[in-house]
Write a protein that binds this ligand. Structure first.
Ligand SMILES: Cc1ncc(COP(=O)(O)OP(=O)(O)O)c(N)n1
Ligand SMILES: Cc1ncsc1CCOP(=O)(O)O
Ligand SMILES: [Mg+2]
Length: 371
C-alpha cells in the first residue's frame, strides 16, 4: 500500500522496485484531512479531560452520580471517534505536542486541576462543534449539547467542592481594611486558612472590586473559599464562592436567585429564632455572635457563650462563632461547643498571621481531628 503524502506535487515513489504514481491530494481532500485531524485531536482532548474529572468524582468525592455523568459524556464523545477520523492522526507531524504553558506544568490545588480540565473539555467541544459542521452536522449539534451538559456538570461539581470545603473549614478570616491586606491574608493562607471573607464597609466600589479580585486570586492559588461581605454584585463580578449577609442586608431569597444554588450564602445570627429562620431559608452556614463585645462591630450586644452552646446542640449546618475571639479565649469558645470560629483582629492585627492561624487551627482540631 502506498501512503499519500500531504505534498500536493506529482511524484514517483519506488515501492519494492515497482514504480507507483502517487496521485496528488486535491485541495479539497487536503482540507478534509486537516479537518479530520482537528476532530481527532479534539475528540481525544475532550475524552481525556472528562476522564480526569471522572477520577476525582469517583475516588476523591466517592460521588457515583457525578462519576456516572462523566462516564456517559465520555462514551458519547467516543461514539463520534470513527476509524476515518482516527486514521487522519499524525502525531509526529503535530507541532502542538511540544507546546506547553508553564501553568500547565504545576497546579496549586485540586480546584485548579478541575478548572483547567473543564476549560479544556469545553474548548475541545466548541472546536468539535465548529469543525464538525464541515464533517457531520449531527456531530456538531451533539457537541453543542454536550458542551452545555459539561457546563452543568462543572457547576454541580464546583458547587459540591465548595460545600465540602466549607464543611471542612474550621477557621474563617474576615478582613478589615489594612495597608497590608494581601500580605496578611497570604500569611494566613500559608498557615492553613481555607475560608476568607472580604469585608470593607467604607471603600469605594473601584477599590472594593480591585481588592476583591486580588483576594479571590490569592484564594484560588491556595485552594481556599472566597466570600464577599454584604455585596452580591461584587461577589458575582469577581466570581467569588459566595456572599455573607446580615439580618439587615439583602434578603436571602433574593441573593439565592442571583447567586444560584452552587454558590454559598452565609447569614449572621444572634439568637435561636434567627438561627432557625436561617436554616429554613436554606443558607449554607451561619455566623453565631458576637460572642464577646468587640470594637470591630461597635454597638452590637454580645450574645455570650450560651448562644454558642445552643448552636452546638441545635444547628444542623456549619456555624462559626464570631466576635472577640482570640488565642487567649478560643478554648472557652471551644469548650462551649464551637468547632468553627471566625476572627477579624486576631489575624488582621497579628504580627505573625501564619503562626496565629496555625495555633488557632491546632486548637480547633484538638477536640475533633480534621474532618
Ligand atoms: C462570619 C460572619 N458572621 C457575622 C458577620 C456580620 O455580618 P453583618 O451582621 O451583616 O455585619 P457586617 O459584617 O456587614 O458589618 C460577618 N460579617 N461574618
Ligand atoms: C463582623 C462581626 N460580626 C459579628 S462580630 C464581628 C466582628 C468580629 O471581629 P473581631 O474578631 O475583631 O472581634
Ligand atoms: Mg452585612
Amino acid at each position: 500500500m502506498v501512503t499519500r503524502t500531504y505534498d500536493n506535487s506529482h511524484s514517483d515513489e519506488s515501492t519494492n522496485g515497482v514504480v507507483v504514481m502517487v496521485e496528488p491530494y486535491s485541495q479539497k481532500e487536503q482540507i478534509q484531512q486537516v479537518v479530520y485531524r482537528i476532530l481527532d485531536a479534539n475528540l481525544d482532548r475532550a475524552r481525556e479531560g472528562l476522564r480526569i474529572i471522572e477520577e476525582w468524582c469517583r475516588f476523591g468525592l466517592n460521588n457515583a452520580q457525578l462519576a456516572l455523568e462523566c462516564k456517559r459524556l465520555r462514551q458519547e464523545v467516543a461514539k463520534w471517534h470513527t476509524p476515518e477520523l482516527r486514521a487522519a492522526r499524525d502525531t509526529p507531524g503535530d507541532p502542538g505536542t511540544e507546546l506547553t504553558h508553564p501553568q500547565e506544568e504545576q497546579r496549586a490545588s485540586i480546584k485548579s486541576v478541575l478548572q483547567a480540565n473543564f476549560c479544556r473539555i469545553e474548548e475541545a467541544l466548541r472546536v468539535l462543534e465548529e469543525y464538525g459542521k464541515l464533517y457531520h452536522p449531527t456531530m456538531a449539534k451533539a457537541c453543542k449539547q454536550m458542551r452545555y451538559q459539561v457546563y452543568t456538570l462543572e457547576s454541580s461539581l464546583m458547587g459540591h467542592q465548595r460545600h465540602q470545603l466549607l464543611w471542612r473549614s474550621r477557621l474563617y478570616l474576615v478582613t478589615s481594611p489594612s495597608e497590608t491586606l494581601l500580605n496578611n491574608v497570604e500569611a494566613a493562607l500559608k498557615g492553613g486558612l481555607t475560608l476568607l471573607q472580604y469585608r470593607d464597609k467604607t471603600a469605594d466600589d473601584s477599590l472594593r472590586l480591585e481588592q476583591a479580585r486580588k483576594l479571590r486570586q490569592l484564594c484560588h492559588i491556595y485552594g481556599a473559599l472566597f466570600i464577599v461581605n454584604d455585596r452580591v454584585d461584587v461577589a458575582l463580578a469577581v466570581d467569588a464562592d459566595g456572599v455573607h449577609l446580615g439580618q439587615q442586608d439583602m434578603p436571602v431569597t433574593v441573593a439565592r436567585q442571583l447567586l444560584g444554588s452552587q454558590r454559598l450564602i452565609g447569614l449572621s445570627t444572634t439568637n435561636k429564632e434567627e438561627m432557625q429562620a436561617a436554616i429554613a431559608e436554606g443558607v449554607d452556614y451561619i455566623g453565631v455572635g458576637p460572642v464577646y463585645e468587640t470594637p470591630t462591630k461597635v454597638g452590637k450586644a454580645a450574645t455570650g457563650l450560651e448562644y454558642v452552646s445552643y448552636a452546638a446542640k441545635n444547628c444542623s449546618i456549619p456555624w462559626f462563632a464570631i466576635g472577640g475571639i482570640d488565642a487567649n479565649n478560643i478554648n472557652d469558645v471551644i469548650d462551649a461547643g464551637a468547632e468553627r470560629v471566625a476572627v477579624v483582629r486576631s489575624l488582621m492585627q497579628a504580627e505573625q498571621p501564619t503562626l496565629v492561624t496555625q495555633y488557632l487551627l491546632s486548637q480547633l482540631n484538638r477536640i475533633k481531628p480534621e474532618p
